[in-house]
Design a protein around this ligand. Sequence first.
Ligand SMILES: [Zn+2]
Length: 354
Amino acid sequence: MWRPAHISGIIPDVKAPAAPLPHTRSAGASRQVMCGQLRGWRKLANHTNWRMDSMLRIGIDLGGSKIELIALDDAGRVSLRRRRPTPQGDYRGTLEAIGELLAAAESELGERGRVGIGMPGAESTLDGRIKNANSTCLIGEALREDLQLLLQREIRLANDANCFALSEAIDGAGRDAEVVFGVILGTGVGGGIVVRQQVLNGANRIAGEWGHNPLPLPGEESLPPPRCYCGRFGCIETWLSGPALCADHLRHGGEAMTAEMICAGAHAGDPACEATLARYERRLAKSLAQVINILDPQVIVLGGGLSNVERLYEKVPALWAAHVFSDVIGTRLLRNVHGDSSGVRGAAWLWNER
Ligand SMILES: [Zn+2]
C-alpha cells in the first residue's frame, strides 16, 4: 500500500491523511470508492492553511526521463542539485519520487522551502487536471492538488517552457527585457511569455503555445503539411523540432542523420545538409516574425538542443525582417544563458516575490 510516510514524517504539525492516494484510473466499483477518497484528500488539500515562513526556493523539473531538483539561495545561486530517473508511465510512482527527492533535499539543507514545479503540459481551467502533456501518465490527473497534499504546502506549477522563459527573463539572456518570448527547440517545440518577470498564463493557460500554430506561408518546400501528434496538420512543431529537422532532410532526399549530424554537415559545407538547415532557418524566421508582430518582445531566447546552432542567431534575424511589420526591428534573438538548468531554475523562480 502506498503512503507518503516519508513526507508526513517531516511535517509534524499537519495531520497526514489516513488513506493511501488512490489511483484515479482504476476501473469499476473500486473506482467509486477511490474517487470518494480522492475528493476527501483534495478537500483537505484545498482548505489546509499551509504554514510557510521560509524564503528558500526549490525548483523541480518533472521531465520525461528525469526529475531534477535545485535549491536557490537569495542571490539566485544553486545551493543544491539532485536528480533521479522519472518512473515511466507511473503517476503514483512519479509523485512518490518527487516526495522522496524533496524530503532528502530538505533534510540535507535543514530547511523547508517553497516549491515550484515545471512540467510538460498545462492545467485545465475546467478542473485543474493536466492537459497537453507528452508524458501521458500525467494527463487527466490533478497533479497540483495531489502534490499539495503529499508535500503539505502550496505548490506553484507551470509549463516547462514557461519556466524556461521565466528563468531567462529573471537572470538570464532576457534579464533587462520587459517582454521575453522563450522558445524550446528540442524533441518538441514549446514557448512561454514573461512580462516584467512574471509568467503570462493566459485565459486558457496556453499563452506562448506557438508550436501548434500552423507554419505560416509554407510554400512548396513545406508542403504537404505533416500530421502533428496533436491531430492538426503542418504545426510549427512538425517543422522546427529536432526530429522534424531530420524528417525534412530525409524528405528532400538526404540520408538518415541526427540533427547534430545535419548541423555539423552544413558547417562542413555539405550541400544537402546546408539546404536542410537553410530551410529550417527560413521556417523559424517566418514563425518568429508572427510572434514579433503580435507580442513585440524585446528578447526572444532559444532553448533546447537546436539552440546550440550558433548560426541561427545571425541568419534568422536577417530573414525575419521581410515578415515583420516595422521599419526597424529591435527584437534580439539570443541564446539561453542557463542551458539545461533553465527549466528547473524557472520552477524555483515561480516564487519570485521580492
Ligand atoms: Zn500540433
